[in-house]
Design a protein around this ligand. Sequence first.
Ligand SMILES: N[C@@H](CCC(=O)N[C@@H](CS)C(=O)NCC(=O)O)C(=O)O
Length: 278
Amino acid sequence: MSKQINYRTECTGEALKTVNAHKEAKSDQYGEALTLYGSNFCPFVQRVWIALERLGGVEYRYVEIDPYKKPKELLDVNPKGLVPALKIGQDGKCLGESTVILDYLEDRYGNAKEKNSYLQPREDPYLRARQRLAADHINRKLLPAFYRYLQAQEPKDQVQLGQEFVEELKAFEKSMLPAKNGGFWDGSDQLGFVDIQVAPWILRADNVLGHYRGLQLDKVFNESSRFGQFKKALYNDPSFKATTSTDDLYVDSYARYAENRPGTSQVADAINSGRGLP
Ligand SMILES: N[C@@H](CCC(=O)N[C@@H](CS)C(=O)NCC(=O)O)C(=O)O
């Protein structure tokens, strides 16, 4: 029997350079050292990591963790045993859940004095609510559709679930504001809250679903479409690039999902049993 391809244990490419630049614990402007426990392949981690880079000048240490082995180091910070987990200072403050950590980082490190330093508009409640709606769609519809498609084994299910995933991407495209001075979700040239929520799965739709399911994202949405403009802006963004490994890492790490191997992860189990994502 040929050897099963397993998930990777270290970042590659640009992401590895960023890891190497964040190996030491340094205090932030509040005198607290911030540690992000992450895994190279994890899209929920990439959300938090993009935000740390995007907010600019935040001191943090990145520690690579194998979340399937549940080391004590991780359980001490997040008893659920999931990455991302954030340790804040030395007094026992810690957080889990990517979306909660995003809010925390913005509240803590967004800078009212600097233009565009926040991920969500502070003075436009309606736009902020629209961002929340788009994020809700991403988390409750788009993400489960991504995993259902990736884990489907029967060819006819793959066709059907592939169509459903593309429908969710189209609904996401519809939620975007017209491109004004940039292609990001709100039409600006600044990566923001909604872009961060979805970015890791757009990358993995391209490389992982492209490889295992033959999805051709660039054919479904051409370059001049609103989604095409968004994807171009995203792929050129420095924070996104700095947290992205090479395509082969994702292709290898997701073989378990694509073969729907038993015991793959809590996410895979949730999809197989029809429960909500962990
Ligand atoms: N809802 C969590 C999900 C995090 C999550 O599922 N992380 C995965 C890695 S991508 C994990 O830690 N899995 C460990 C396991 O399945 O036991 C979040 O948004 O942070």
